[in-house]
Design a protein around this ligand. Sequence first.
Ligand code: SF4
Length: 290
Amino acid sequence: MKKDEEANSQMPLDLKKKIPDKIQKNDHNDNEGRNSNTKPVAAGNSSYYFKKSAYDPKSPAPYSLSRSKIDMFMKCPRCFYLDQRLGVKMPSMPSFSLNTAVDHLLKKEFDINRAKALAHPLMEAYGVEAVPASHSQLDVWRNNFKGIRFLHKTTNFELFGAIDDLWINGAKEYHIVDYKATSTTHEISLDDQWKQWYKKQAEFYQWLFRKNGFKVSDMAYFVFCNAAKDREAFDGKLEFRVSIVDYRGDDSWVEPTVLSAKKCLESNICPQSNPDCEYCSYVAKAKRVE
Ligand code: SF4
């Protein structure tokens, strides 16, 4: 077996020896918001970022798990296990502040139409027969640290996620809406490999809203803002072409995936790494030459 393969092989763990004391003690109460539960814990001469809490199979308290962590599980169960069971966070990335600015402004723009219970002109242009929905909980559902939540009794997971927008049609069904900022000369579509995660995101929110008792249409919408690069000069501004892409979702994968994620966290075996991921392969190669 090559060293790369050794690093990727299934690894039974003596968890008590490997996990710092601070993350063995967990009442699951401080795992509510995204990125809110990390602090540096000294390990030898270095500092690593460990979560203050990690999943404890013995704890009776509900365990909060965000939509992005379910994504993480689907992309690489090992990373999910390291993050959620052993409390070892992936290195963080700087936030995409331009995307955040686009989201913020789009929310404000659709809120103007929401207040009038009128369709946005873009919705009319794309034949979307709905209006931006008003609901007393909308601000909570849009808040990254709160979101819409559901306690899944079989797993005792409190699953949650934050939506960008919600539209409602004449049959009083909600449409999940997500805003996406990009810059491409290609036609906007949901066909490439990365966009499958956009689809899963919409389907997970459809599932969450259904579990909360709401009528939800299978049809989700993505509002794409595509920054044009074909202008003469920057002139201190970006120009966006805005379009709506519809997507008929199928949330049937959510329940079995949540059950699999539970099984993963209950196990004392760290899963195999994803052979296509360049990070683990990088670490294995670095170890070879250290
Ligand atoms: S393969 Fe990639 S995603 Fe999986 S544990 Fe390694 S770094 Fe994380």
